[in-house]
Every structure is written in structure tokens, then in C-alpha cells.
Design a protein around this ligand. Sequence first.
Ligand code: GTP
Ligand code: MG
Length: 200
Amino acid sequence: MKVTQATFLMSNSDYQKCPHPDKPEYAFIGRSNVGKSSLINSVVNRKDLAKTSQTPGKTQLINHFIINQNWYLVDLPGYGYAKVSKVERAKFEKMIHDYLTLRPNLICTFVLVDVRHEPQKIDIDFMERLGENGIPFYIIFTKADKLSKTAVDQNVAIYTQKMLEHWEEMPQYFITSSVSGTGRDEILSTIDSLNAGFKP
Ligand code: GTP
Ligand code: MG
């Protein structure tokens, strides 16, 4: 799929105020600073469509982008950001949980994990909850440009081992870099096939 149009639509904190659910939708989620907003820009080939930052906690709302007038891409706030108060965190968690479980046109989520790190409990638990709620997901390994190919493969193998302690098989995954554009075509072609099966 070629991205010919990518437009920011709206930000909000309530899934009920999101755009009319008549188009297939995909959400990027993961720990704060893992690279969600950067990868959205890379996938749609726009520099500053989604706001990025070196400081964790940049994205604070549910952000909708419309791509090719045909599907929605959603940038969500990261989880696991230590500097947020308990009350604030509970508010974020409810916002994300409600969105993920109640948004009718959400086809699947992409859970981003930093390929440099070993498996983190917070991500494993998050995927477990997606499973419990019947929300399909793919794994996206980010920042692959920061490691050698060998190190990337090693870390993916370690991750796979860990996932197999919880799942019968390793979910489909993508290895990506927002800097080099690695993985973007694979993500787009997966979305393209999923779009074909969408019925409003
Ligand atoms: P929050 O909105 O705070 O949850 O963060 P986020 O997950 O949206 O991360 P964001 O895209 O803002 O990126 C965080 C930092 O990582 C920024 O400094 C990015 O430039 C950097 N970054 C993101 N993706 C990549 C990548 O693929 N390679 C490299 N080298 N840096 C990246
Ligand atoms: Mg962000």
C-alpha cells in the first residue's frame, strides 16, 4: 500500500468521542518513549504528523489520524511512565482500557517493544490482558538501527522464548526502525490485507 494522504483528525480522552467507527482502525501502544509516535510518522512517511519527544510521556491523549481517506491510525499514550502520579496513571489506564475494549472498529493493536531491552514484565502483562480481552495484537520491535543485525536477531530469539512461556506460539512480529524505515512496508501490507476484510 502506498500512503498518499495522512491527516491528523482529533485528540481526545474519551473513546466515545473518537471519529465515527465506519473505517478500520489500528492502534500503536507500548511503553512511554518506545517510539510509537516516531513509527507512525515513519509508516505514513510524514516527518511531524505525530508529535515525538526525547522525554517520556509526550503523548497524553488518543490521537486519530486518517490515512488515504480509508483507515484510522491511532497514537496512544505510553504506559509505565514512572513520573506520573497514581491518580494520573489510573486515569490513563482507564482511558486506554476503555478505548481498547470498547472501540468497535479496532481491528488490532500493535504492541511496540524496544528491541534493545530484554522482555519487560509490564509488556508481557499488557499482552496477557489483550489476550484475556480478545484483542488481537502484533508485536513491533523498535529502534533496530541501534543494534547490529546479529544482536537484533538474538534479542528477538530471547523475546520469543519468553513469549512461549505464556503463549502457544509467538505472535506475528515486525522488526522496525523509524530512522531507516525498516519494517514500514511490512506493516503497511499487513494493514492493507486486514482492511480488505473490514465490514462497517
Ligand atoms: P510517548 O508518547 O512519550 O509515550 O513516547 P513514544 O513511544 O511516542 O516515543 P517517541 O516516538 O516520541 O520517541 C521517543 C524517542 O525515541 C525520541 O527521541 C525518538 O527520536 C527516539 N526514537 C524513536 N524511534 C526510534 C528509532 O527507530 N530509532 C532511533 N534511533 N530512535 C528512535
Ligand atoms: Mg508518543
